[in-house]
Design a protein around this ligand. Structure first.
Ligand SMILES: NC(=O)c1ccc[n+]([C@@H]2O[C@H](COP(=O)([O-])OP(=O)(O)OC[C@H]3O[C@@H](n4cnc5c(N)ncnc54)[C@H](OP(=O)(O)O)[C@@H]3O)[C@@H](O)[C@H]2O)c1
Length: 336
């Protein structure tokens, strides 16, 4: 597996990572025994940049990774482990709010370390910026976690360009995690150029458009009744077919490159910058290997231009999140 450097602080990760969220939440049921096998296979393939968050499965996603480490001696040292704090949920899973207060940051980190069963988190992100708390205060607390040896590198998720700049002045960010894919290119306007200018790595989440860009989801009924995507505007009944028609334009291009649509979507991301490492999520051994192989697909400038013509993200209909969650995207915080 090829490696990529994120930031200038020493964080090196596998070019293709593994998003673990779907193993515990949001995308229907999954089998824990199978998930542990997928994690083992990921390590075997060198897909060692793993992504979790304390809110995924109300902690059970971190606990799953902790269970894996405990049952695979020596595995912890081979993983670049990323997790996040800041989205608070009630015991029934409902959304309570965001919290970026310094005392909460430290409490959340200790809880994550415990569930993961590790002494250090490699990359610790604020999951959503807290609009009530100046970013300097939150990042100040994250910097103290680095000093305490509990965290190696820090990052933000879904932060605005201005917030990233302010945060980076308090403590260097190694990575920003934002939604970025062929059908979501919002960050190209400001966030990506800011990261490039400041030398911060970019970790695209939902790089396969939550599965839609792969062409594997053909109709809403392909998703389980409790699948979160059924609430996402882009998957809404009135938008689904229109969006699918656009995404189906990728079929020919993938065939001409001798790859799958999923691989094309990942190769496109890798071609945007050397400091980009996407984290596709999967619970399937076959798809894991397919996604890992995308690291070796190179796209020419002509390929990239054709892709731009084929799939214009501006033609996609529907916001990426339901309205309430949208308010927290690419957010700012009050001045210190
Ligand atoms: N920072 C944030 O706010 C945020 C938000 C969302 C996600 N994330 C992180 O980003 C990671 C990835 O995002 P995501 O899981 O939302 O979306 P994604 O990676 O774009 O897509 C995942 C979906 O695609 C399917 N899939 C994976 N590989 C495939 C392939 N080769 N062919 C066909 N289908 C394939 C998966 O199904 P199977 O599992 O059944 O294979 C799953 O339904 C998450 O796991 C999470 O760690 C972060």
């Amino acid at each position: 597996m090829l490696q990529r450097q994120l930031g200038h602080q020493g964080l090196t990760v596998s070019a293709i990572g593994l998003g673990c969220m779907g193993m515990s939440d949001f995308y229907g049921s999954s089998d824990q025994h199978n998930n542990l096998r997928v994690l083992a296979e990921a390590l075997a393939l060198g897909v060692s940049f793993w992504d979790s968050a304390d809110m995924y499965g109300l902690g059970s996603n971190e606990a799953l990774i902790g269970q894996f480490f405990a049952s695979h001696p020596g595995s912890r040292q081979r993983v670049q482990l990323a997790t996040k704090f800041g989205i608070v949920r009630a015991a029934d899973g409902s959304f309570v709010g965001v919290n970026g207060r310094p005392d909460y940051v430290k409490q959340a980190c200790d809880a994550s370390l415990k569930r993961l069963g590790v002494e250090q988190i490699d990359l610790y992100y604020q999951h959503r910026v807290d609009p009530q708390v100046p970013i300097e205060e939150t990042v100040g607390a994250m910097a103290e976690l680095v000093t305490a040896g509990k965290v190696n590198y820090i990052g933000l998720s879904e932060a605005s360009s201005a917030t990233i700049e302010r945060a980076h002045r308090v403590h260097p960010l190694s990575a920003v995690q934002s939604e970025y894919s062929l059908w979501t290119r919002d960050i190209e306007a400001q966030v990506l150029p800011t990261c490039q200018r400041l030398g911060i790595g970019l970790v695209p989440y939902s790089p396969l458009g939550r599965g839609f860009l792969t062409g594997a989801i053909r109709q809403r009924s392909d998703l389980a009744a409790d699948d979160w995507r059924l609430q996402a505007p882009r998957f809404a009944a009135e938008h689904f077919d229109h969006n699918l028609q656009l995404v189906d334009q990728l079929t020919t291009m993938a065939a001409s490159k001798g790859c799958t649509q999923a691989q094309l979507a990942l190769a496109w991301l890798l071609a945007q910058d050397v400091a980009i490492a996407p984290i596709p999520g999967t619970r399937s051994m076959t798809r894991l290997a397919e996604n890992a192989a995308a690291a070796h697909i190179s796209l020419t400038p002509d390929d990239l231009a054709v892709l731009d013509q084929h799939l214009k993200s501006s033609d996609i209909i529907g916001e990426r999140y339901p309205e309430a969650a949208s308010a927290l995207l690419l957010a700012d915080t009050p001045a210190l």
